[in-house]
Design a binder for this molecule. Structure first.
Ligand code: FES
Length: 120
C-alpha cells in the first residue's frame, strides 16, 4: 500500500465528480437506463472544455449512489458533499456552472460543504 495524498494534492486536485452508470436487471430504476453514460460524457466534455478534466477535477463512473430515479442520473461531488438525482445530459452544463462557476474558477471545497448538515 502506498499513501499518495500529498502527490494528488500537489498535482492540483480539488474535486471529484462521481456519476452513477449502474445497471441492474431488476424492476427498479437504474442510472444506466436513464442516460447515465450520456451524463458521464457531458460531465467530461464540460470539464475538458475548461481544461480541468483530470488536472483539478477527477471523474469517476460509479455504481449505485442510492439516489435511483426513473427520471435521470445521480451525481455526487466530493469533497463538497453535493448530491443530485434526476440529472439529464442537457442539464449537466447548468449543474457544473452552478458548482464550479461557468469558467470553472470556483474549484475546491465550498465553505458550507465542510460542515456536516446536522451540525449546521
Ligand atoms: S442506480 Fe444510480 S443511484 Fe442507484
Amino acid at each position: 500500500m502506498r499513501r499518495r495524498t500529498d502527490e494528488v494534492r500537489e498535482e492540483g486536485f480539488t474535486d471529484h465528480v462521481l456519476v452513477c452508470t449502474n445497471d441492474r436487471d431488476a424492476e427498479y430504476a437504474c442510472c444506466a437506463d436513464v442516460g447515465g453514460r450520456e451524463v458521464l460524457d457531458a460531465v467530461k466534455s464540460w470539464l475538458r472544455e475548461r481544461d480541468v478534466f483530470w488536472s483539478h477535477v477527477y471523474v469517476a463512473e460509479t455504481t449505485c449512489l442510492g439516489l435511483c430515479s426513473e427520471d435521470g442520473t445521480a451525481i455526487a461531488i466530493q469533497p463538497r458533499n453535493e448530491w443530485y438525482s434526476d440529472v439529464t445530459p442537457d442539464e449537466v452544463p447548468a449543474l457544473l456552472d452552478g458548482e464550479f462557476g461557468p469558467a470553472a474558477d470556483r474549484l475546491g471545497v465550498s465553505p458550507t460543504a465542510s460542515v456536516p448538515s446536522r451540525q449546521r
